[in-house]
Design a protein around this ligand. Sequence first.
Ligand code: 13P
Ligand code: SF4
Length: 320
Amino acid sequence: EDEREAAIERIKKLLVEKDAVLVAHYYTDDDIQALAEATGGCVADSLEMARFGNQHPASTLLVAGVRFMGETAKILTPEKKVIMPTLEATCSLDLGCDAEEFSKFCDQHPDRTVVVYANTSAAVKARADWVVTSSIALDVVDHLDAEGEKILWAPDKHLGGYVAKQTGADMLLWQGACIVHDEFKSNALRQLKIEHPEAAILVHPESPESVVDMADAVGSTSQLIKASQELDNDTFIVATDRGIFYKMQQLSPEKNFIEAPTGGQGATCRSCAHCPWMAMNGLVAIEEALLDGTGREVFVDEDIRQKALVPLNRMLNFQV
Ligand code: 13P
Ligand code: SF4
């Protein structure tokens, strides 16, 4: 405990010395989220992380999250040094969407507007017309649909299916999934809801359709946090990474938050709903990244960066 406190103090000094700001995702450890809050950094969803890094004056961005978040920061602000606690922190959606295969898929459907989720490599973004996060996916697709565009969507099949259902847009889906959200089970959730009939169900749309169908609110991490504040319920069953409980509990200390089950019928798994790559972001790794960025600095090939910047800027400039 003393060592933890000491590490936090050392990191605070290092952030100032190195002119660095900590940009953290809601799924990172409580310690990291608290540190970002205490040092003028941000704790946010993936869209807000991109916006924050883009407008913050610090010369170094320390991105605590997964690889695509660091890459997005570098694409948007190449003049800044972008470091991460570890470059090994990937995402199953990114892993499941190889840039070459994806490019071939796009070539087979030249009539479709290519919309990719932010959870992809820079090379996949470079092949896209639009990048979206779950905060903005419905609005962007609605807009494209209204313009008569047919869409090729990648990589998350659940989010893509949800967006298609909500907007009625013609969407051809890449078949990727998030290993964390794909595990939420509707049968076990139904059982849990019987035990907590007063609870509202909050679901991230990377979850299977049968789970999304049971939700009182569906949305990105920031939208789910907002729903946890706005809905009157005292209890919430939450189908997303449990890192999000830090912020939900902080904003509503009197409310009760329960993890949605990831096991089979009736079973609950209390440790499954946590992204293994988000979990790689620890205080030790953060301190090491600040002390010596070697091997933890994010670089993006300049040609790819310029191509990926176009659809990313479309997202950032998109007004509903
Ligand atoms: P958000 O954009 O909702 O923060 O989601 C990012 C993510 O990785 C969800 O698994
Ligand atoms: Fe990727 Fe899923 Fe982890 Fe989010 S929770 S970073 S989508 S693997």
